[in-house]
Write a protein that binds this ligand. Structure first.
Ligand SMILES: [Zn+2]
Length: 298
């Protein structure tokens, strides 16, 4: 993928399970953000448990797309750039641009479908949810197969900031149906999130006829958000976010208190419209402009 200052190759780990029967190639990649780890544990478990005699097609896993970020316990690449805002990258660009270009040129062409595993960023926590273009009938079915807390319809533009494409947007541009699965919180292996991710991927493989088996009928309808946005503080202080993950809030409901250095409540924030809490801040230290919560709207 690149070379370090000592001329040593910089690599990513790749797991391949080639089924005995022909079929599609499903790529599942994790940790393009180097502090988003639950997907790595999902891939380890999936590849240990999967029987190639039962598999039709090929499963390719990349449990760690951003090794420098993994070492640094950080979202960004070692040059400080967010790789998931740099696609398609540049072969003659800077460090992150060349890495993104290598992902686009050396990994993506192998895949017929792609699932990109993420978590919340530092200082935040997420529900178990899928981002996908729900106008795509295949992706709509696969998104539901994860039985997520909610589905966020989006066509793949970055959720906040950045001018380049996400990996999902790039893969989609290349004609590869792609969805993003968000599993919980950063810099931790969460057993429940890993279990849900693993079971969801098994159901996806069954839906794609890559594994035989029966998909259970949907037990509950899954909320689908047509759009979402983050709410931010306008002052600094100590932040207390009130609703839980996945909680539905009505328009005008209080969602957070902000206290000053002496403990007095200086601001109470309310929901500008009704929605569902997709993610929320877990970091009480808030400067003006700190994220409060990620609200999904139906
Ligand atoms: Zn991420």
């Amino acid at each position: 993928m690149g070379e370090d200052p000592l001329g040593r190759p910089m690599t990513v780990p790749v797991l391949v399970k080639k089924g005995e029967q022909p079929g599609p190639v499903l790529g599942v990649v994790a940790a393009i953000h180097g502090n988003e780890l639950n997907g790595i544990a999902v891939l380890h478990r999936l590849f240990q448990e999967l029987d190639t005699t039962a598999l039709q097609g090929t499963l390719v896993g990349v449990p760690g797309l951003n090794p420098p970020g993994l070492l640094l316990h950080q979202r960004a690449f070692f040059d400080g750039q967010d790789l998931n805002r740099l696609f398609p990258g540049r072969p003659d660009g800077n460090e992150g641009q060349q890495w993104a270009h290598a992902i686009a040129e050396r990994l993506l062409p192998h895949f017929d479908l792609l699932i990109d595993l993420h978590t919340a960023s530092f200082g935040r926590e997420n529900t178990f949810y899928v981002r996908a273009d729900m106008q795509d009938s295949l992706l709509a079915v696969l998104a539901a197969a994860f039985q997520p807390d909610l589905i966020l319809h989006s066509e793949g533009a970055p959720s906040a900031g950045g001018t380049g494409r996400t990996l999902r947007a790039q893969a989609t541009e290349n004609g590869i149906p792609t969805l993003t699965l968000e599993l919980g919180n950063p810099q931790i292996f969460q057993p429940e999130m890993v279990r849900r991710g693993l079971e969801g991927l098994r159901r996806v493989l069954i839906h794609l006829d890559m594994l035989s088996g029966e998909n259970p009928a949907e037990t509950a309808s899954i909320p689908v958000c047509r759009r979402s946005f983050w709410l931010y503080t306008d002052r600094g202080g100590w932040l207390e976010v009130l609703p839980e993950l996945g909680e539905r809030v009505r328009a005008g409901a209080p969602i957070a208190h902000l206290r000053n250095a002496f403990g007095d409540v200086i601001q109470t924030y309310t929901a500008p419209e009704a929605g569902i809490v997709i993610g929320r801040s877990s970091n009480p230290a808030a400067a003006a402009g700190a994220r409060i919560l990620h609200l999904g709207v139906f």
